[in-house]
Design a protein around this ligand. Structure first.
Ligand code: ZN
Length: 427
């Protein structure tokens, strides 16, 4: 299983690739593709998927018209990176040719330096006289690098350094003779002419492939573990679950790293739009279906750091390979009910759980759980897998935890949730 995760990570250099890879698997498993602009009927017994913006995905199965509710997992497709600006090439200084890039999300800057990089994403190309088509792009070669300044010129580099994104984080592509070639390199990777490209969504990605390492091969390090490790684990659980009385929904949302407030992000209406559509298409009353629903917001969590254990809260100290992490605090959606329901589910599935909370003087990061909850007001829990170096371009997590998540999510998607008179039932 862990090799399959590595393959998925290596084949998903951008959020568009991650969504396309999962769509390919859904297609092969007989899922019907829906388009948001169509009013195609959905029927009990059917299994479907739909994308928004090519970077967010919903997949679901409708077991019967009188289904209990929705069992949803939501993770995010994006990761911190550098977005390539439209007029990408920067000439000079001194005959160098660089690319103009801006920060996307809150990354650690230092790990991006001195490593082979390339670009990935999609381009929008002219397709006949009236249409524009979206094409995936991955430039499969060592194309770029952001060079450090030598210690001899910056003697205080090891005493803490403030990175200026417009100066320190600009990737080098070549010398001035290469002027005008970036668009051609991208076009070649997309299989189109440079003149046919009308728009781009491109960002930097690391060329380094994911690895399994450690004395007992217990660690996995790769790009984009946050949040593709959870995205992949939830997807496996979704695909492997048996039918229950509820509609299992797999959600992969975009733009979590920049606040989710986009049409394809959890702050948009993608999830609630389709919950309404599913209810209406089979004649299920909406409000009671939503009341009997449960959302697992799955996004990676911080493991205790081996060199800096002091950053962890004194009584919440998740370990890699220690099981699925339940997250608590004001920036998470988890409440007592959600914690109880999810803990009971994991216990039933034989999956260990651990708890995370921020140290009381550290704000920590948010997740899409709270944001999604403003549109889809259902019981929800924030969970994740323990990892190190979150938002580095090469992150580290536990090998065993991926299997734990798959087991937990298979059990989750095989269950139904019901709330009545302050009693909460998982069937
Ligand atoms: Zn995340």
């Amino acid at each position: 299983m862990i090799q399959d995760l590595l393959t998925f990570l290596d084949h998903s250099p951008s959020r568009f690739h991650a969504v396309a890879n999962l769509c390919g698997e859904l297609e092969a498993a007989g899922y019907t593709r829906l388009n948001e602009g169509e009013t195609r009927p959905m029927a009990p017994g059917g299994k479907y998927y739909v994308t928004r913006g090519s970077s967010a995905l919903l997949a679901f199965r409708i077991p019967r018209p009188d289904f209990t509710g929705f069992m949803i997992s939501a993770s995010h497709s994006d990761a911190p990176t550098f977005r390539i600006k439209e007029n990408a090439e920067v000439e000079g200084p001194e005959g160098y040719l660089r690319l103009n890039a801006e920060r996307y999300g809150g990354m650690l800057c230092a790990p991006w330096l001195d490593r082979p990089l390339t670009v990935a994403g999609r381009v929008l190309v002219r397709d006949g006289s009236e249409a524009i088509a979206s094409r995936l792009v991955y430039v499969d070669r060592d194309l770029l690098l952001i060079p450090n300044v030598a210690i001899h010129m910056n003697r205080t580099a090891n005493e803490g350094f403030q990175y200026d994104p417009k100066c320190d984080m600009v990737p080098l592509m070549g010398m001035k003779l290469a002027k005008g070639t970036f668009r051609e390199i991208v076009a070649q990777a997309a299989g189109c002419g440079a003149g046919d490209i009308l728009g781009t969504d491109l960002c930097l990605c690391l060329r380094q492939k994911g690895v399994i390492w450690g004395a007992e091969n217990q660690f996995i390090s790769a790009a984009r573990l946050d949040d593709l490790q959870c995205a992949w684990g939830c997807f496996r659980g979704f695909m492997e679950a048996r039918d229950s009385a509820s509609v299992p929904v797999y959600a992969l949302m975009d733009n979590e790293e920049i606040g989710s407030r986009t049409k394809q992000g959890a702050g948009g209406t993608f999830m609630i739009d389709w919950m309404k559509r599913i209810c209406d298409s089979v004649g299920r009353e909406r409000l009671s279906a939503i009341a009997n629903s449960f959302l697992v917001s799955a996004d990676n969590a911080h493991a205790v750091h081996p060199n800096h254990p002091e950053y962890a809260d004194p009584t919440h100290r998740p370990a890699m390979n220690g099981g699925v992490v339940i997250k608590h605090g004001v920036r998470y959606t988890t409440g007592g009910v959600a914690c109880a329901v999810f803990s009971a589910l994991c216990e039933r599935a034989g999956v260990p759980t651990q708890h995370f909370a921020n140290r009381s003087d550290l704000p920590g990061g948010g997740t899409l759980g709270l944001i999604a909850n403003t549109h889809v007001s259902i019981n929800a829990v924030d969970i994740g897998l323990a990892q190190l170096a979150m938002h580095s371009c090469f992150e580290t997590a536990g090998v065993k935890d991926t299997d734990y998540l798959i087991q937990a999510m298979t059990a989750f998607y095989s269950a139904s949730f019901r709330e009545e008179n302050e009693r909460f039932t998982l069937e």
